[in-house]
Design a protein around this ligand. Structure first.
Ligand code: CU
Length: 394
């Protein structure tokens, strides 16, 4: 009898657990149905790799010095000579077009003029799909390889052994390819991130040569529910992106073209010339001078010595900075804002570290009006041009 009771109790327990499991399963299914996420937007971009003549200092002035005159170091990095290329180089950059005919460049909005050499800002909200129609107008095979978003092999833009260019999204000259990048939760802001975060895209055929040629651009992903229709974060008044990069023109696909086109006497060039001395003749083991050295352009968005458009904001605005770096092993930078401070992942600073291929999102509410320096704090990077200004209006 006692044994029958025990069996009965056990049976009842099993039935109860089974019933509870069924109920829970039904609830989970219905809450999944309730939580069914509306399909995100399809955001389409028409982007080409174009070969252009790029000027690292278009105003031909050192905006960081009084009178705008380049000092002895500045002259080393910008002056053309019989055995120097100067400040204009052929580069390949990403440019946005209005449609699939790639006949008309899309005008860059004034608030994004400061991107300079970087490609167009690609935006999406978590849940969206990004479609890139990519046209390679250049003379080399190039691609678009994204960070953060989700892709299949044919949208990775990176070579693999035993795979064709088409299978991996590499694009021969004069060809077009469509990349599809999904934007799942993991491509968007994490728990400690603000409402949007920055990633990079770049060409990844011969990656070092491609990015030194100039094929690099920013991508911003906004948290689900936090985006305006254009993808920008609702809680931010103004955004800026800054790529701190010493561009190594020795490693560009276009080095020989630049020598032949811009040097006064190409035959006089010693490609390995590197003198570990400053203009005064004192030892400078890091910077120095010589043809190989001056082909390293210390830039913010492809501009040296503050020659890019002024980045302007107002006191009290919620300003978001997207900071990026890329390139060879000397690309360790310490962007520093004079006059105001930022928060990064809940921590306050006015300077932060970048290493090659890092992406940092920093928020600022400027309280201090004026025109302020914004520069890399590594001494030889400052000296060779990695400096600019930003402006805070009252
Ligand atoms: Cu630096």
């Amino acid at each position: 009898m006692a044994r029958d009771v025990r069996i009965g109790v056990v049976c009842s327990c099993v039935l109860l657990v089974w019933a509870a499991a069924l109920t829970l399963s039904a609830q989970t299914t219905s809450s999944r149905a309730k939580r069914a996420v509306p399909a995100g937007k399809l955001r389409t971009y028409y982007i080409a790799a174009d070969e252009v003549e790029w000027d690292y200092a278009p105003s031909n002035q050192d905006h960081m010095s009084s009178g705008g005159k380049f000092d002895a170091y500045g002259k080393i990095f910008v002056e053309q000579a019989k055995n120097r290329i100067g400040k204009v180089y052929r580069k390949a950059i990403y440019r946005e077009y209005t449609d699939e005919t790639f006949a008309t460049l899309k005008k860059r909005p004034p608030e994004w003029e400061h991107l300079g050499m970087m490609g167009p800002l690609i935006r999406a909200e978590v849940g969206d799909t990004i479609k890139i129609v990519f046209r390679n107008n250049a003379t080399q095979p190039y691609s678009m390889h994204p960070h953060g978003v989700s892709y299949k092999k044919d949208s990775e833009g990176t070579p693999y052994p035993d795979m064709t260019m088409e299978q991996t999204g590499l694009v021969p000259p004069h060809q077009t390819h469509v990349y599809t990048w999904e934007v799942p939760e993991r491509a968007g802001p994490g728990p400690n991130d603000p409402s949007s975060i920055v990633w990079l895209y770049h060409s990844h055929n011969y990656e070092p040569k491609d990015v030194n040629a100039g094929l690099i651009g920013p991508m911003v992903i906004t948290r689900r529910g936090m985006a305006r229709p254009d993808g920008s974060p609702k809680d931010v008044d103004r955004e800026f992106a800054a790529l701190f990069m010493i561009i190594d023109e020795n490693q560009s696909q276009y080095l020989q073209h630049n020598i032949d086109t811009y040097a006064g006497d190409p035959k006089s060039i010693d490609k390995l010339e590197a003198v570990p001395a400053d203009p005064d003749g004192n030892a400078h083991l890091v910077l120095g001078r010589g043809f190989a050295i001056v082909n390293h352009k210390a830039t913010i968005n492809g501009f040296m010595y503050g020659d890019g458009p002024m980045m302007t904001m107002k006191v009290g605005e919620h300003v978001r900075w997207y900071l990026l770096s890329m390139g060879d092993g000397f690309n360790f930078h310490t962007p520093h804002w004079h006059g105001n401070v930022v928060t990064v992942a809940g921590q306050r600073t006015d300077i932060l570290p970048l290493s090659p291929a890092t992406f940092v999102t920093a928020d600022m509410v400027p309280d201090n009006p004026g025109i302020w320096m914004f520069h890399c704090h590594v001494s030889d990077h400052m000296t060779s041009g990695m400096t600019t200004h930003y402006q805070v209006l009252p």
